[in-house]
Design a protein around this ligand. Structure first.
Ligand SMILES: NC(=O)C1=CN([C@@H]2O[C@H](COP(=O)(O)OP(=O)(O)OC[C@H]3O[C@@H](n4cnc5c(N)ncnc54)[C@H](O)[C@@H]3O)[C@@H](O)[C@H]2O)C=CC1
Ligand SMILES: O=C(CO)COP(=O)(O)O
Length: 331
């Protein structure tokens, strides 16, 4: 297998930042974007002001409105928001070759089915080699070329090591694992927990409460991981704890800033109003709750976020209930 060219499916903030990272790794890049204005802005002016403002893009990034242009590349990065991955993958299916590596870069769980992104990939693109890329990495940082370290998961060791080598660079360090479930679970659940951390901040509950919330949230992630077969070392690594620390600790996170707005008293529609950017935790919270209920896993923080988002409880009542729960050693 050879990986000289990379097709990126999705011209949002992360797809565009990944295009930058791939150019830095020395790859040819074809970036497919849904919005024709994004395609023309990247090709004519080397900017994506709609989704990644303020970043001068590598002039070698070729944007395209044709899925086939990106699908023809040696490897693909699938960077649509989680709720749209199935539809995009379905469209890609006839264009992809057997054994072509496809790397899932979305962080979420499909709301309609409760399926993880890897399951969606296996159902829609059975002919490809599936992989998952996840870790602490804001698009704005990676787009500018600041250093980041992420995990790339692939069941096939040779393919996974090749992906790590060909997609990574000194400033975009990739570590291979074969624990796909662990990597994608961490990336999905941390988005829900970042909303919770933002709510605590928005309520003005202080740094001590924030740390307690994140720690107990991490215990929820580990309980879910145990039930789904994730390896503990994956969850304490970059794609689990690493991303949780980043996302819960910075208002740069869209999930955390949405939580802050909810914590300050805004309704969900007010907090989301006018935003083009996707806030994955909003859609993933219900799926996490459903899995937790089905498997009888105790995940009260994720359940509270789900209830607040669905309007079943107020922020104050949810926090009051959480604070009455007994603490256990594992928290
Ligand atoms: N922005 C970031 O810092 C990071 C984002 N991610 C993940 O990457 C994924 C994509 O997020 P971003 O690139 O940040 O998106 P974004 O929030 O910047 O932009 C929204 C994206 O959604 C696409 N979109 C809207 N409606 C669609 C539809 N009906 N079908 C297909 N695509 C549609 C838009 O074309 C655009 O690419 C998410 O799962 C996110 O969690 C992962 C790591 C970092
Ligand atoms: O996944 C991310 C950083 O690793 C981005 O988080 P947000 O979607 O909350 O901005």
């Amino acid at each position: 297998m050879n990986i000289d060219s990379v097709g990126i499916i999705g011209g949002g903030a992360w797809g565009t930042a990944l295009a930058q990272a791939m150019r830095r790794a020395g790859r040819d890049v074809a970036l497919w974007a849904r919005e024709t204005e994004v395609v023309s802005a990247i090709n004519a002016r080397h900017v994506n002001a709609a989704f990644l403002p303020g970043v001068a893009l590598d002039q070698g990034i070729r944007a395209t409105a044709k899925l086939g242009d990106a699908a023809a590349c040696d490897a693909l990065l699938l960077v649509a928001p989680a709720q749209h991955v199935r539809a995009v993958a379905h469209e890609l299916q006839p264009l992809l070759r057997t054994g072509q590596p496809v790397v899932m870069c979305a962080k979420g769980i499909e709301q309609a089915t409760g399926q993880m992104m890897g399951e969606v990939l296996a159902a829609e693109l059975p002919q490809v080699i599936p992989a998952v890329l996840s870790g602490p990495s804001f698009a704005a940082d990676v787009g500018r070329g600041l250093p980041a370290a992420l995990t790339i998961a692939c069941a096939d060791e040779a393919a996974g090591q090749l992906l790590a080598e060909r997609l990574g660079s000194a400033m975009f360090r990739l570590y291979w694992t074969n624990d796909l479930v662990g990597v994608e679970l961490g990336g999905a659940v941390k988005n829900v927990l970042a909303i919770a951390a933002g709510i605590v901040d928005g309520q003005g509950l202080g740094a001590s409460a924030h740390a307690a919330l994140v720690t107990r949230g991490f215990a929820e992630m580990r309980r879910l991981g145990k039930a789904l077969g994730a390896r503990p070392e994956t969850l304490i690594g970059l794609s689990g704890l690493g991303d949780l620390i980043l996302t819960c600790g910075s208002p740069q996170s869209r999930n955390m800033s949405l939580g802050r707005a909810l914590g300050r008293g805004e309704t969900l529609p007010q907090a989301l109003a006018g935003k083009l950017a996707v806030t994955e935790g909003v859609y993933t919270a219900a799926a996490v709750r459903r899995i937790a209920d089905d498997k009888s896993i105790d995940m009260p923080i994720c359940a509270a976020v789900c209830d607040i988002i669905d309007g079943r409880t107020s922020v104050k009542d949810a926090i009051g209930q959480l604070m009455q729960r007994p603490l256990k050693a594992e928290d």
